[in-house]
Write a protein that binds this ligand. Sequence first.
Ligand SMILES: *Cc1c(COP(=O)(O)O)cnc(C)c1O
Length: 224
Amino acid sequence: MINKENYHLVLNRVESKEANLVAVSKTKPKEAIQVLYDLGQRIFGENKVQEMLDKQEALPKDIKWHMIGTLQRNKVKYIIDFVSLIHSVDRFKLLKEINKQAKKVNRVVDCLLQFHIADEQTKFGLSYEEGVALLESDAYKALENVRIVGLMGMATFTEDKNQVKREFETLYSYFKKFQQDFFADNNSFKEVSMGMSGDYEIALDKGSTLVRVGSLLFGARVYK
Ligand SMILES: *Cc1c(COP(=O)(O)O)cnc(C)c1O
């Protein structure tokens, strides 16, 4: 089930750019995760709270679990004590809830702001202006149990490589601008999460530090 050859290929490319690989294991069984774990992979991405919880309980405790999917506020509490990075913060209310739950367990939880860079209406995310407004707000500045460590985005699902390039360039330019305007004294603002199975090489060329690759490693997903 695991394509080990692809794993090593992707890993080599990712490491040659000093980026990190998030192995997206959603819908895949624990056994498949264990196979990649045994090859040395430690970061896994899931998009559903219950599924992440089940896997986290059963699998080795040094796995870093990344939440990459749309997160409902009422479910934050279930993953707050172990989640390593939340990629999909696309509204202030969610960030506020993460902060509230993180405070209860005495953690500071790392988050990425998700931006809408694609053509498609179906992809979630903030606009540039909304991101600026969030970071400028006093309400954001008052949060002590979340740390914004970068940005995340998804390109349009298209054969048009130039469009994908432009969209990744856009996200990277937001990252640079935010770094300068809001995180100038903060070395932890350093992540640009972009690139999936179909476009991770373009993403790496455009400055990605975290690629989220699923089907290339685990095989195509079958949704029931
Ligand atoms: C499923 C998913 C991925 C991985 O997609 P593949 O095309 O299988 O590599 C990456 N990012 C997000 C947000 C996803 O939901």
